[in-house]
Design a protein around this ligand. Structure first.
Ligand SMILES: O=P(O)(O)OC[C@H]1O[C@H](OP(=O)(O)OP(=O)(O)O)[C@H](O)[C@@H]1O
Length: 190
């Protein structure tokens, strides 16, 4: 039977997500639960969550995170989920990160904000683009309110080129004062 490939990173030392992300954004900490390989069980789980109405998988993934990640003295102040464009939200019926984020918020006792960012550009899914095309999507997200003096944990499902996270992180950093950014993903591409 196919096994789930947990990242099992050392979250407070160097890890491969931290290494990748640090090339694009100033990042405090980086957390990835799974390795996302083509045809892997991790990929199938995330596909079910996103494209097959299995929203509750978010709850299971959150539990796996809480069993493995303890923020110690690196606890963020705010959890922020990556938003969907309203057209995609309408099509999918739910944002696959909301239940996941809510569970993490409950467990870690950290507030979650699903509306701090707004997706303003509706473009083809990153998943359907190649590496070069992925990096071209710019200014797709807008901050809806000013946010200062916070350590923000940005939450997404998959990290591939990092373009999505980097666009969002820079949008926040450009418009805020004294903000630290960490990132957490269900899975990272290897
Ligand atoms: O690191 P990157 O190269 O930016 O790729 C990661 C992004 O791509 C996926 O979204 P996608 O645009 O495919 O949307 P969808 O799967 O929700 O339709 C995924 O949900 C991440 O947000």
């Amino acid at each position: 039977m196919d096994k789930i490939n947990f990242s099992n990173h050392n979250y407070f030392g160097n890890n491969s997500l931290m290494d990748k992300a640090s090339l694009q954004i100033p990042v405090e900490n980086a957390y990835s639960l799974l390795f996302y390989e083509k045809e892997s069980l991790a990929q199938r789980i995330i596909h079910q969550l996103k494209y097959n109405h299995r929203e509750k998988i978010g709850k299971v993934l959150a539990k796996w995170i809480t069993e493995r990640i303890d923020f110690r003295n690196h606890k963020p102040d705010l959890l922020v989920t990556v938003p969907l464009h309203y057209k995609k939200l309408k099509q999918r019926g739910y944002n696959q990160l909301h239940l996941f984020g809510n569970e993490l918020s409950k467990h870690y006792q950290i507030p979650v904000n699903h509306t701090l960012l707004k997706r303003i550009k509706h473009s083809r899914a990153q998943a359907k683009k190649n590496q070069t095309e992925r990096l071209k999507t710019k200014n797709a997200y807008q901050l809806t309110e000013n946010i200062n003096d916070k350590h923000i944990l940005l939450i997404d499902d998959v990290y591939t080129t990092g373009n999505t996270m980097s666009n969002i992180a820079w949008e926040i950093l450009r418009n805020s004062k004294n903000v630290k950014i960490s990132i957490l993903v269900m899975a990272m591409d290897v």
